[in-house]
Design a protein around this ligand. Sequence first.
Ligand code: ADP
Length: 460
Amino acid sequence: MTRRKGRSVLVRLASLRLPVLLVVLAAAALALAIGYGVMSRVTHAQEVRNAREENLAVAGVLAEEAAKTDGFSEISGSAALLLREEHQRAVITLGSVRHVFGAPLPANRQVVAATSKAQDATVVVSSPIDSPASMPLTFVVLGSGVLVVVLGSAVLANAVSNREVRRRAELAVAAADQVAAGDFSARVGSDGPDVLAAFGRAFDAMAARLEEAEKDQRVFLADLAHEIGTPLNAIAGFAMAVVDGTIPPEKARGPIAAQTARVTELLDDLTQLRAIDAGDEEGQSEVDLGSIATELVAAYEPIAAEAGVRLSVRPKRVMVRLAPRLLDTVLRNLISNAIRYTPDGGTVEVGCYQDVARDAVVYVKDSGIGIAVEHQAKVFDRFYRVDEARDRESGGSGLGLAIAKRSAEAIGGHLELDSSPGRGSEFRFVLPRALQEAQRNRTSLDEELPATGSQLAGRN
Ligand code: ADP
């Protein structure tokens, strides 16, 4: 865990653009070296000046004393007193005689000397000081050491980062191969440097979507096989019975016709679903929702009457721009369901309005059996039925609400449902105001623009 954390810190350090890091470090080291070099030279010059002044003062005193005496022994006491610095020494020349006081000067050191004269006495006092060259050298050695450590760390971090990038890239390639081979459970993960983490997240989201789609497709195919298999088996059973002479043909005609109608309806619904999913071109036009609701209610009146359901309409003039065929699909499915799931003596009402947010709404409200909360989201899934046996018996393909939902979404709207068991349901198709305005603006812009060849052809 800590190793992993340490590595990720190194990787993050390395992702700070190594060349920039190195240039900054090198510039800082250079500035430090130059600063230190200048400072040490200034300090050294001051030290030379101080030593020269001190030596001159000592030389002056000794020269005065030497000028007053004949023998060197008389000034040895003063010399011992004055030559306090380590390795400081005085060379006193009296006429032609020369005498040296103090320690010998060490080799390999810079010497500062000062000369003073008094009558026939000449005194030269010298002392050693540190040479300036030795100070920057220490610094250069130290600085180089630090630089080597920093550079080493940067190179190490870079190597770790490269290894991590390579490892993650290999992981991504393996996962992509897995997905390409049809195994959508492959995941890359989202750790590591930012860009790799973002890639990992995007890849994993894509794989998850593919996995979900594949699962969905498998379930759909299984459901489809079941939906087609059930009526086909029934048809085959009746046909065999007629051939065997077990039942007379007139007894088989009705059930065979009913099961055939069921397969036909299923195939029609599948075709419709495919067309919506494929986004087949649907022409848009300005329509009044109230008029559409009225026309549909008139078309369904005979079916409602046969089921003993009172069907009514409360139209309002609501103008919208949409694909009328898709809206027709939505409403037909909602109205036929409402009649189908409302017992004899019940009511179904269709209407439209603009709500407070000025969204356009068409509703289909029934006093039927209702849908329990736990089923409400699922009824829009393909082949989902609340009561498998009863609802299949009632004759639907199990695709009605899935088709209605997808058609609503293809228009740019959505479906809403309020329902309670035993009291009835209200399905609403909602077309957002923002979408209506966008569509209107687009239309008026199209009308303002000079018509191109194809537009002219389309209008003719
Ligand atoms: P079906 O062809 O079975 O009607 P749908 O997709 O149209 O399939 O509906 C899915 C299920 O939702 C139905 O089987 C039924 O259980 C339930 N359902 C749909 N509309 C209504 C309604 N108006 N009242 C009660 N239940 C409904």
